[in-house]
Write a protein that binds this ligand. Structure first.
Ligand SMILES: C[S@@+](CC[C@H](N)C(=O)[O-])C[C@H]1O[C@@H](n2cnc3c(N)ncnc32)[C@H](O)[C@@H]1O
Length: 286
């Protein structure tokens, strides 16, 4: 039986269109979309049908695979990504950042060396801003040195939100009260809050697809890639671990989401050091 998923507008996604979209999502962004996600995919792409004026999913697919559909492919991937994020999500990583990573960063910074942290798959910015708040609270001195927190994501729409750094009351609820007082400012009268300049100043955002080239120069002291590779298949995940290792100095840290693990095949490159936290093994060849 051919599977379909209909929506309230009566436009039906057929199995062939779903297969085309799933194949593109995998090729372009590494996203795995099993058939059980057909209804979700349909509801996420409904607005793209309207935006492009395509009458149904079959014609949308024809458009998006065509040369003229280049920009739409970007928008399609943006619509298909899951962008859920929270401030201080998986808070144990911030304890490690403060207690184990920060002393090394401070030493480097005071010796005049660069401090670099990468939030890979940063979504709407809560992760890099949490890192910045955590470091500022523990060591404001660090912010007078050469420090940069890079936030990257494949999704240009979510990066605009990250750049705006403006969040609702509900979104800021995960920020400890003391930090809310120090690091947030009211934005207008609509119950929105903006991350303060001293926290934003060290954070930069760039569009970057983890499956493609990583143009950044130099290495990072820590990489947060949390709740991102969970959307990739095992082969795509396996291809990323050596690349992350290359981007870390010996002993550098990588933090993953709670249901993510470094594949066994890459465990010669990293040493586990806490819950879903790893350090780059010194013996690795770069
Ligand atoms: C669920 S969010 C995680 C946000 C944050 N790291 C956290 O844990 O709260 C996953 C993010 O990964 C991004 N993403 C998905 N595929 C990607 C790819 N191939 N390259 C870069 N980012 C990707 C999505 O756009 C999304 O913003």
């Amino acid at each position: 039986m051919t599977r379909t998923a209909s929506d309230s507008s009566g436009t039906v996604m057929d199995g062939k269109s779903f297969a085309t979209i799933a194949e593109m999502a995998k090729k372009e962004a590494g996203l795995v979309l099993p058939e059980g996600k057909m209804t979700m995919v349909q509801s996420r792409l409904r607005k793209r049908l309207m935006a492009t004026g395509q009458p149904n999913y079959e014609s949308y697919c024809r458009f998006v695979v065509s040369a003229a559909g280049d920009e739409e492919r970007r928008q399609m991937i943006s619509a298909l990504t899951t962008n859920v994020s929270h401030f201080f999500r998986e808070s144990h990583h911030f304890d490690i950042l403060r207690e184990k990573v920060l002393p090394v960063l401070l030493q480097k910074a005071r010796n005049g060396q660069r401090v670099r942290i990468w939030s890979a798959g940063c979504s709407s910015g809560q992760e890099p801003y949490s890192i910045s708040m955590c470091l500022h609270q523990a060591a404001p001195d660090l912010f007078t040195r050469d420090i940069l927190i890079l936030g990257t994501d494949i999704d240009p729409v979510i990066l605009d939100k990250a750049q705006a750094a403006t969040y609702s009351e509900q979104q800021i609820s995960g920020i400890p009260a003391e930090m809310r007082k120090s690091y947030l400012e009211r934005a207008g009268t609509s119950g929105q809050y903006r991350v303060s300049e001293q926290i934003r100043r060290v954070v930069r955002f760039r569009e970057l697809n983890l499956l493609r080239d990583w143009p950044m120069k130099g290495q990072f002291d820590a990489i947060f890639c949390r709740n991102v590779v969970i959307y990739f298949d095992a082969d795509t995940q396996a291809s990323l671990w050596p690349r992350f290792r290359q981007r870390l100095g010996d002993g550098g840290w990588i933090f993953l989401g709670h249901s993510e693990r470094i594949s066994d095949s890459a465990m010669t490159l990293f040493d586990p050091n806490g819950m879903t936290a790893y350090r780059a093994a010194a013996s690795a060849t770069r």
